[in-house]
Design a protein around this ligand. Sequence first.
Ligand code: ATP
Ligand code: MG
Length: 351
Amino acid sequence: MRAEIAVLPGDGIGPEVTAAAVAVLREIADRHGHVFTYSENRIGGIAIDECGEPLPKATIDACLASDAVLLGAVGGPRWSDPQARVRPEQGLLALRARLGVFANLRPLRVHPRLAGLSPLKAENLAGVDLLFVRELTGGAYFGRKTREGDVATDECRYSVGEVERVVRRACELALSRKGRLTSVDKANVLETSRLWRATTDRVVGEYEGITLEHQLVDSMAMLLLTRPSAYDVIVTENLFGDILTDEAAALAGSLGVSPSASLGAGRLGLYEPIHGSAPDIAGQGVANPIGAILSAALLLRHSLGLELEACAVEAAVDAVLATAELTRDLGGTAGTEQVTRCVIEQLRSKQ
Ligand code: ATP
Ligand code: MG
């Protein structure tokens, strides 16, 4: 197939890890007879430096004209003055809004070799295979905010339509996995949560083959630590999802290996590792490329519909995690390029 991929390297280690992900995508295209073309575009701090704004129009246009967007990371100390008129992170928020990506996916598996980095015991991590689906464009983060004297408010607002579309995505994803869906809310106290729960019950009722369970967010926070292997797909609203996905990332023990996808109504999606721009190690060639490479696997799966190819990348990464020298964050001595080469060699050895 033919596909146009917009690459947004961004700041810090972003360019290093997106280069790794693109190298893997090139290998997949070669092996499987696809033609992928890439356009490189500015976002974040580098865009502020070069274009005066964190999300130039040329970048938006390139993304909207593409089949998928692969992003590195944005931000860094150079642009972090809270008084600054424009900040790199605004570029990412604006891009999500322009692409209409309302469902943020974060898969979580813990490779046995990395179990020692997790705060959980290895026996509690066996069989953990989670997929978080976080609503990304509604709730308290986007509601009306007020400040009058010493009183502040953040309005949390959800419409039936906003809940429906993200729960539908979660149902489709659950059907492609174990068919278990856990919806997280706080329906014992919040009206938006009661709407969330009623809508979820109705939407899930339209699907055959899904087992739905509701959890309150406070119990879910605990269950993630005590029984993480009991869950499959977990869908929740924006603020709860933000907190729970960071808790889940901590379970994985390392920021460097986790990917994410942000999806909207169509096929166009935004793919990025969950880590930030890691200014402390930028430019040294030691960044772990695995989060970005697994994000490219999600891109193959969700925007291009190339499931086999996505699985090939994931299997190659699993093999590298099992046997190869890893980057410093995982206790190894390998650099970004060495790990990337190992992933590519694994892909070659399989065909
Ligand atoms: P942001 O505000 O951009 O999200 P952050 O402070 O939350 O940034 P990161 O930039 O991800 O977090 O960095 C946190 C720590 O994890 C840093 O010490 C960084 O070096 C390390 N780190 C993050 N990503 C990687 C990676 N891919 N490889 C190695 N180390 C990483
Ligand atoms: Mg962060």
